[in-house]
Design a protein. Sequence first.
Length: 374
Amino acid sequence: MPKNPIPNADPEAQLREIDRLFLAAGLVRNLRRKSVLPGDESTDKSAGITPRRRFQQAMPEELTPAAPIPRVAPNGVRWLPVPAWEKPASPTKSWLWHGFSTRMGGLSLAYCAEGASGELNLGFTADDNRETVIANRRLLAEAITGDASTPLVTLRQIHSSVLVLAGPEDADRPSLCKGDGLMTNVPGLLLAVQTADCIPVLVADPKRRVVAAFHAGWRGTVKRIVESGVGRMRLEYGSRPQDLIAAIGPGIGACCYAVGEEVLSEFESQFSYADHLFREVYSTDPVRTKYPMLFLTQRAPGHSPIGPSLHLDLVEANRRQLLAAGLKPRSIQSVGGCTNCQPELFFSHRASKGHAGRMLSVIGIRPANSRQKA
């Protein structure tokens, strides 16, 4: 049997010592027996009841990020740059390729309305033609780098914390590489992660010219894919966190990402700041607002399905991981947009109930002999 942290101490003192050890490790003991409102430290001592902690309340429109304005490439592809990385004074201006795709500007007909000209599905999904997807990927490469033949390195994503060091031999072989993070110091490659609600994160080291791309769904976020990725960049390339810059791309926003108790429990077990990642969001259903009597039930309070849902802010969760890894706050950019409530711009697995294309977020090192893209 393990020894008590404080021998012969009272239980409260032992719990305080356990909490201190958890905090030092960046974790937090499950405190969900507390039913806490801001400024209220009372606890619920009812036998057999473990109430869910209460979170700050919000309406969906309060949490909806503004839709970014895409750039239109000469070949018709609409994509999102990171504005701060494209300023003349930016240390990445001369050597970095990067961009987040949208659903606009491609050749796919599998997910667009009848009569539409085509969309930019970049995933090898069951509903789309493989040759069309390959052509779309060449269009994206051309939009970002000016050359449609630029090698694209992708992964067979598994919602993990597995990281892959990429080289030229990995281009166009996604089935051979499993993981959710890519990094390289090899010029001439585009690293790409695929999303349709999950959060893409791009990281660059301007001093050592190293780049990385991460796919962060809620499972990858709990497994600290981004935080681990920055640590791997330090180990493999000597990158210093204070030199790194990062961009968080479009994904499902806190306005739309309703999750269950199991997700809350996972985050509470891993992050001391988990409370700041969740909100209780109330529906703005116009029918319910106009006819509230239609939705009354005879169930006891707290047992009706009517009420707020628990929403997770994955963008903030990954921003916190970048900060925890040592990046400066001003070095982290958020492109904005919500894939679920801005379907004209993005593919969304949740909004389309699984019938969705995929977007790619790409980053790469421009070769020394490559002409600068306009």
